[in-house]
Design a protein. Structure first.
Length: 317
């Protein structure tokens, strides 16, 4: 194998993975081309050469030096064929894709339908890749959200208010559950679990009667909007309720040590797997050991065991 490409989505830790991919490839005298702007850039032939020096000093940076973009065109057959043609014209003999469900689905298409040797690396703040204990970026996102929550709690306690804090998670309650438990929150609302507003409001009223004046409620964006939850609480309890929407700060920030270490291990291992002639696989850490799972399985819906977390949150409230 003489030349490979690397393509990414964005979250903290991806630059550390790019660095590991490039430096491992260089160790084996394999040339690396970085694909700019994800699958959109791939179709348009947007590449930059990557070497040991070009990835120096990026291990602590959030986001991705390769930029990224959503691509509706790549979801079409003509777009996929265009991307394959570009890969062939560039002499790219293998591709490493770093990202979440959408990116890994594209990797599976290239591998299974067009026989492009392709390996995926899981990187998403939602941690919703099936068969994966932890994705690159998830730990950083939780810590960024937790840091913001700690500051919100300061004012919630001082002002004796209810706060509804909205975190990312369109289809996954991973961040919400982790932050709620680590932040000592009173309630968490996630896409995977039915919402009982009546019971929650009753608990708030009863708690208020007993002297509990501040509450922190975490809601995943895919479950409901913080503003709607806050309005309902105010209407049913007559208690002052404020909202905080954390938004895109959760996608950035300096990656944690855990994310950097995982990115280094998975990035390097992806090159090793590609060199072995394997394809259509996603690298992962399972029980702290490196192995792979078929991309076809990795992109299936992941069941998050929210009940155990939810029960513990209620016990500790």
């Amino acid at each position: 194998m003489k030349r490979i490409g690397v393509l990414t989505r964005d979250c903290s830790g991806i630059n550390a993975a790019i660095r590991a991919v490039v430096r491992t490839a260089c160790f084996y005298n394999i040339e690396v081309l970085g694909v700019l702007r994800g699958y959109e850039g791939l179709m348009n032939g947007e590449f930059i050469p990557l070497n040991r020096r070009s990835v120096s000093g990026i291990i602590d940076q959030g986001g991705t030096i390769l930029k990224t973009a959503r691509s509706e065109n790549f979801q079409t057959k003509s777009g996929q064929e265009k991307a394959v043609k570009v890969l062939q014209e560039k002499g790219i003999q293998g591709l490493i894709v770093i990202g979440g469900n959408g990116s890994l689905t594209g990797a599976h298409v290239l591998a299974s339908k067009f026989n492009i040797p392709t390996i995926g690396i899981p990187a998403t703040i939602d941690n919703d890749i099936n068969g994966i204990d932890l994705s690159i970026g998830a730990d950083t996102a939780v810590n960024v959200a937790l840091d913001a929550l700690d500051k919100i709690r300061d004012t919630a306690m001082s002002m004796a208010r209810i706060f509804v804090v909205e975190v990312m998670g369109r289809d996954s309650g991973y961040i919400a559950l982790q932050v709620a438990l680590a932040g000592g929150c009173e309630e968490v609302l996630v896409p995977e679990k039915a919402m009982d507003m009546e019971n929650m409001c009753e608990e708030i009223v009863e708690g208020n009667k007993k002297g509990k004046k501040s509450w922190i409620i975490i809601v995943a964006e895919g479950k409901a909007k913080a503003a709607d939850i806050a309005d309902t609480i105010t209407q049913r309890t007559a208690l002052e309720t404020r909202i905080a929407v954390l938004g895109h700060i959760q996608r950035g920030g300096r990656p944690t040590a855990q994310d950097r270490i995982m990115a280094a291990r998975l990035g390097s291992y992806a090159v090793e797997v590609l060199r072995e002639g394997r394809t259509d696989e996603c690298v992962r850490l399972k029980d702290n050991r490196l192995d792979t799972i078929p991309l076809e399985l990795a992109i299936k819906p992941k069941k998050i065991e929210e009940e155990a977390f939810y029960k513990l949150i209620k016990i500790l409230t």
